[in-house]
Design a protein around this ligand. Structure first.
Ligand code: GLN
Length: 190
């Protein structure tokens, strides 16, 4: 059975664990490097990317995660998790860590204060029913590079992308009961 490690240092990890299990895979909360043994795929949840960066460093997790992701481990990064995977982060903090270099440029809190949180029905490639997406102080994807597939957008801004074995969402797919994106991710894991 596929085992998905869900980074559990901070933020919205519990609902991801439940969603992965509801899809029939095994999920494990990960806080420390030795908990990564036997993990086939990773979820980097939403939360606060700057706080997560500090905790990743404090727990000795930055290098082990970078190595696994560089080695091709599938990753589902959501909101703050998307920020941690981006090649370029605008309005970030200088001590913010980067776990991969997925060729996207994201602006933290890029939807501004007034609409810091909102919901949108997203048409998603390959699906007839729209997907209800919950955005909370979401990053805005301002540019995508080669090899990035845009799977959904809001007002022409990509909000769900795939690059190789990385799936990244600007929103919180764990906050609804719709399991389609976790299933899509598990298909990537193969
Ligand atoms: N604004 C947060 C950050 O910069 C992300 C918000 C979220 O994950 N819901 O990390």
């Amino acid at each position: 059975m596929t085992t998905v490690g869900v980074l559990a240092l901070q933020g919205a990890f519990q609902r991801h664990i439940e969603a992965v299990e509801a899809c029939g895979a095994s999920a494990r909360a990960i806080k420390l490097p030795d908990e990564l043994d036997g993990v086939d795929a990773l979820v980097l949840p939403g939360g606060e990317s700057t706080a997560m960066s500090l905790l990743l460093g404090a727990n000795g997790m930055t290098e082990p995660l970078r190595d696994l992701i560089a080695g091709g481990m599938p990753v589902f990064g959501t909101c703050a998790g998307m920020i941690l995977m981006a090649e370029k982060v605008l309005d970030g903090r200088s001590d913010q860590v980067q776990l991969s270099n997925v060729p996207i440029t994201v602006r933290r809190n890029g939807y501004g204060r007034q609409i810091a949180s909102f919901e949108a029905d997203l048409p998603i490639d390959g699906h007839d029913e729209p997907y209800r997406a919950v955005f909370i102080r979401a990053p805005k994807v301002e540019a995508v590079g080669d090899g990035v597939d845009v799977l959904a957008s809001v007002d022409d801004d990509p909000v769900l992308i795939r690059s190789g074995r990385v799936l990244a969402a600007a929103f919180h797919p764990e906050l609804t009961d719709d399991l389609r994106l976790h299933k899509l991710f598990l298909e990537l894991v193969g």
